[in-house]
Design a protein around this ligand. Structure first.
Ligand SMILES: Nc1ncnc2c1ncn2[C@@H]1O[C@H](COP(=O)(O)OP(=O)(O)OP(=O)(O)O)[C@@H](O)[C@H]1O
Ligand SMILES: [Mg+2]
Length: 311
């Protein structure tokens, strides 16, 4: 069974300017048991989608099913099977880290004994053991964020929503969160993840959806997404070339301290060889998710601008 099936979802916020739809006829299916990455610019509609799927906000139009239950009519069944780390959250400041995690599990109906052992496990996994008896009000921003993530990953929810779980986390803590997400996946659970770190989205997700202005732009495996861009290879070179010369290989632009060229595989190889011959520094490989994002979203912004000028 799919974890999420959204059909033609639209959300218009009451105070939104005329014509602005946070979600605009968005259909999306999230298969079970994997990590699904939801990416897009600020304001694209990611949090709105998560809030609707997590039963916190009603859609203006459209349907959405979570693990086979309709979000609008079977809200309680949905709530029992999901857990959510919201983008902005006010954790329970008066509790200690350990209490917050354990009490949340108790509220979800977990037995005391299991709640205790799951709490210890997740504290270890996210390096929170040393902070276990500290009051949440005395933690740093990143530490508090980790507690929120721990609270959700400790549950037995089949579907986990993580809205920018690693924003503000140091590189080590980020990787610990990745490990905890991977473990949830091994347990057969589904994660819907949003992040602006596209390396993270690509590393963790088996499928990704790119949304822009509430609409679905691209959806598929990281491999599928690569196939959707005009130039599948990227080359960076430093020195020994002029921009004009590089343009004969593909789309080129100056980036500090050299140039970035998007090209076909054959042209990318030819350019890399030529650069080596001239003794220039060069790196080449398939485009990454950030390149795809910049190309696809960048192109849409340009198209919109042209439309606006033509109108
Ligand atoms: N409570 C609200 N009232 C009115 N408009 C809102 C509200 N929350 C979000 N919006 C608008 O809805 C659109 C989608 O916002 P949303 O928070 O879903 O974006 P997002 O993709 O999560 O962005 P970010 O990456 O910045 O978190 C934006 O145009 C935003 O301004
Ligand atoms: Mg958001």
């Amino acid at each position: 069974m799919d974890a999420i099936r959204a059909a033609r979802l639209t959300r218009v916020y009451p105070q939104a300017p005329p014509g602005v739809r946070a979600l605009d006829d968005l259909s999306l299916t999230v298969p079970s048991g994997r990590v699904f990455g939801l990416i897009g610019r600020n304001g694209a509609g990611k949090t709105t989608f998560i809030r609707i799927a997590a039963t916190q906000l009603e859609p203006t139009a459209g349907q959405i099913e979570i693990l086979g239950h309709d979000v609008m009519t079977q809200t309680d069944q949905v709530r029992a099977r999901i857990a959510c780390v919201p983008q902005e959250s006010r954790p329970l400041y008066f509790l200690t880290v350990e209490e917050a995690i354990r009490l949340n599990l108790g509220l979800r109906g977990m037995s005391r004994q299991i709640a205790r052992s799951r709490t210890q496990e997740v504290l270890g996994e996210l390096s929170l053991t040393e902070l276990a008896t500290r009051s949440i009000s005395r933690l740093s921003g990143g530490q508090r964020r980790r507690v929120m993530v721990a609270m959700v990953l400790a549950t037995e929810a089949e579907l986990i929503f993580l809205d920018e779980p690693t924003t503000g986390l140091d590189p080590i803590a980020r990787r610990e969160v990745w490990g905890a997400i991977r473990r949830a996946t091994r347990e057969g659970r589904t994660t819907l993840l949003t992040t602006h770190y596209l390396d993270e989205a690509e590393t963790l997700s088996s499928r990704l959806a790119l949304i822009e202005r509430g609409r679905l732009v691209l959806e598929g495996t990281p491999q599928d997404l690569r196939g959707r861009v005009r130039s599948p290879y990227r080359v960076t070179v430093e020195g020994s070339f002029s921009l004009e010369e590089l343009r004969s290989f593909g789309t080129a632009r100056a980036i500090e301290p050299g140039f970035l060229v998007f090209a076909s595989e054959a042209n990318a190889r030819a350019l890399a060889q030529e650069a080596l011959r001239r003794g220039a520094r060069v790196a080449f490989g398939p485009v990454d998710l950030e390149d795809i994002f910049l190309e696809v979203v960048g192109r849409r912004i340009e198209d919109d601008r042209e439309e606006a000028v033509a109108a």
